[in-house]
Design a protein around this ligand. Sequence first.
Ligand code: NDP
Length: 322
Amino acid sequence: MTTGIVPKSSRMHSRVVIIGSGPAGAHGSHLPCAREPRTCQLTTTTEIENFPGFPTGIMGPELMDKFREQSARFGTTIITETVSKIDLSARPFRYWREMQEDEEPETADTVIIATGASAKRLGLPGEDTYWQSGISACAVCDGAVPIFRNKPLAVIGGGDSAAEEATYLTKYGSHVYVLVRKGELRASKIMAKRLLNNPKITVLWNTVATECVGDGDLLSSLKIKNLTTGEITNLPVNGLFYAVGHEPATALVRGQVQTDPDGYIITVPGTTQTSVKGVFAAGDVQDKRYRQAITSAGTGCMAALEAERLIAEEEELAAEAL
Ligand code: NDP
């Protein structure tokens, strides 16, 4: 909870500041507030097949442009800069933009944190060449694209994401190989059972990928290594999906709002309220389960409504006190 009131600075003061430029940030944008875009996952993805309103899919960067256009139409001030420091210990909250840390901070009555999470990559040889040309970190976002249809695919990871993504990919691929670096899965029992019982899935135990191989345009196989025997073989696959975990972008607020052991911001169930009154969290920064553009947009909308309501309530109380 907040602990006191600091004087408002002479610099910009906003009623709502949204930090983040992805779908969670964009959907709060009917509010007249400043927001600080940073690189969103949609800018590095290709086609998004599951965002409502786009029956034939839409490219990630194009969807981002539309978010921006829509925000601008509602008068949102969009500031393309990184927030380097924030103080959530008192209201109004204070934040500093990159390169301005020695200056007076800017202030906000409420803050929506929508900084997202990034999928971990493995940095394999060939990974950069075939990223989004056969390699992806989101089966649900990318699995349906034509290059994966009726083709052999691979998933790396042994957690719930790997189990879920591999099972999902069986709808599109001819066969799915799951590369697990140990001799056991980390996934929950029910998810593991579903994975192991699927005839279209083969788990390659104690196996890691060592290189992504292709024709320069598209991925066509993986070099894989059996860690028990040391044997290196070639696995022909046209798709590789990483499911080796995500990193929530919470460094900015670490220690200031409650997070779970993996660093995700904890919100009151059914709301976007964090452990600090007036600070809301939306999108992947508080969601390790769904991680879709549309679910992010949904929680972004919730955060905007909650911030708006809090401000209105506080204004009413202030008016009554006069
Ligand atoms: P996890 O951290 O649970 O699993 C990551 C997996 O990737 C582990 O099997 C790990 O192997 C493997 N891995 C990590 N680094 C490497 C590497 N360098 N090379 C090869 N393999 C590697 O992440 P998830 O995204 O699966 O899950 C995160 C959280 O979200 C969990 O709490 C999970 O339960 C939850 N979740 C729930 C879902 C649901 O209920 N529907 C769906 C998806 C996620 P190792 O085991 O050897 O460490």
